[in-house]
Write a protein of this length. Structure first.
Length: 131
């Protein structure tokens, strides 16, 4: 068995194939997922698993050098924005419009769909290097 908390084989496999600057998206249950991007659907029911549970678990395995979020989150989901900011105090945070965010998901290796039901609870994680 794995030592890290991440036991989802699809997510683990995707992360193991990622190189420097490749991206992985974590989305709420309403984020549209482009047809040509791998969908890793974790959503069980509304709210399960949460966006933050999913993010925290992935962060235990993925080295992140930059994130992208929708700028609307600062106004429409203040608490979630604060939680994201806490996790990335020393990481470059790029804010784009939600429309641009959805367009950028097309470049992701995969979109991990959580059960989150709060507005703009989406993030694109850009892979860093561990050396």
């Amino acid at each position: 068995m794995r030592k890290t908390k991440l036991i989802n084989s699809e997510i683990s496999y995707t992360i193991s194939k990622m190189g420097h600057t490749d991206s992985l998206t974590i989305g709420d249950c309403g984020l549209p997922i482009p047809e040509n991007v791998n969908r890793i659907d974790l959503a069980l029911k509304y709210g399960v698993p949460t966006f933050l549970e999913t993010l925290d678990t992935i962060l235990e395995e993925l080295c992140v050098e930059e994130i992208i979020i929708a700028s609307e989150i600062k106004e429409k989901n203040v608490e979630m924005y604060k939680e994201i900011s806490k996790r990335f105090e020393n990481i470059k945070i790029n804010e784009v419009s939600h429309e641009e965010f959805k367009n950028l998901t097309k470049e992701s290796k995969a979109v991990v769909r959580s059960g989150e039901c709060s507005p703009y609870a989406n993030i694109i994680l850009k892979s860093g290097v561990v050396f």
